[in-house]
Design a protein around this ligand. Structure first.
Ligand SMILES: [Zn+2]
Length: 291
């Protein structure tokens, strides 16, 4: 069975001290490149879409493509909806066949965040084998739906994290620990490793119950990634880098072949560039050979 939710492959990752890559896609060619890399590396995989491309391409279209590819792939693959702030759209994607849903009510107050997250958790669990991700604190940077100034960013409080997970029934948890979306402006971003470790101890110290997610993978130094995995990070979200690879690969191919009108060759260039970028991430996360 190659259609899986995020929690099941993340529990294995947390036990094995590696992490699963969650790679953002905006079109079919990118999706194929991501799958190529994971199959080549024999790695468990999470394909993620943010809300805008999910609506643009069509929820059902995306799910049909995912299910077609995943059901015959030799690796476990999850389809994840990233940073959705609308409870209704979260539930719609769960109904349509996404296998992991992120309700991001982190901009709301604590009680409201719990209320909205619990609605999505209860719905997803009633539909079937779907895990739900929630966020506490604020991951800074520019997101698809939410823009947060860096100085507004608040990190997740460990004791509140436990309460949040317990009261919502959340499957996987994204605590804000200082990682950011977009591109890091400094070579040494300020990341609170100890906070992640503390939250992990509280939630998963007696056995892996609620694996942890690290947002803002793009540009994280490799030693940071290793340390975050040690501290309990079992899923890394990579989005900005793949957008750049897509645009750059297209631009470079077209610039070098300006007189050629063969879209298939542009697609091959993009698919291959994505495969290489994702392959590198899989190596850094240690998930190669784990499928
Ligand atoms: Zn994120």
């Amino acid at each position: 069975m190659s259609i899986v939710n995020a929690k099941e492959i993340m529990v294995e990752a947390a036990k094995g001290k590696y992490a699963v890559g969650a790679f953002n896609i905006t079109d079919l060619i990118q999706l194929e490149g991501v799958v190529d890399a994971a199959v080549e590396k024999k790695a468990p995989l999470i394909i993620q879409t943010s809300v805008k491309p999910s609506k643009f391409l069509g929820t059902d279209v995306l799910v049909a493509i995912y299910r077609t590819i995943a059901s015959s792939a030799p690796i476990p693959i999850c389809l994840h909806l990233d940073h959705c702030t609308e409870v209704d759209y979260c539930n719609k994607c769960a109904d349509a066949g996404y296998t992991n849903i992120m309700i991001d009510a982190s901009k709301q107050g604590f009680e409201e965040n719990i209320r909205q997250t619990k609605i999505v958790v209860d719905h997803a669990h009633s539909v079937g084998n779907i895990s739900v991700e929630g966020e506490l604190g604020t991951v800074s940077g520019v997101e698809d739906q939410i823009k947060v100034a860096e100085d507004e960013a608040a990190l997740a409080n460990p004791m509140q994290s436990v309460e949040f997970v317990e009261r919502t029934g959340l499957d996987i948890f994204a605590p804000a620990i200082g990682t950011a979306h977009g591109v890091y402006k400094t070579k040494n971003p300020k990341v609170d490793f100890e906070r992640l470790g503390q939250i992990n101890k509280l939630l998963n110290g007696g056995g892996i119950k609620t694996p942890l997610v690290v947002h803002g993978g793009t540009g994280l130094p490799e030693d940071y990634i290793q340390k975050l995995i040690e501290m309990g990070g079992a899923k890394f979200n990579v989005s900005t880098e793949l957008k750049r690879v897509l645009i750059d690969a297209k631009y470079e191919y077209i610039t070098a072949h300006r007189e050629e009108y063969d879209p298939g060759k542009v697609d091959v260039a993009v698919r291959d560039a994505i495969r290489k970028a994702v392959g590198h991430w899989i190596d850094m996360l240690g998930s190669a050979g784990k499928a």
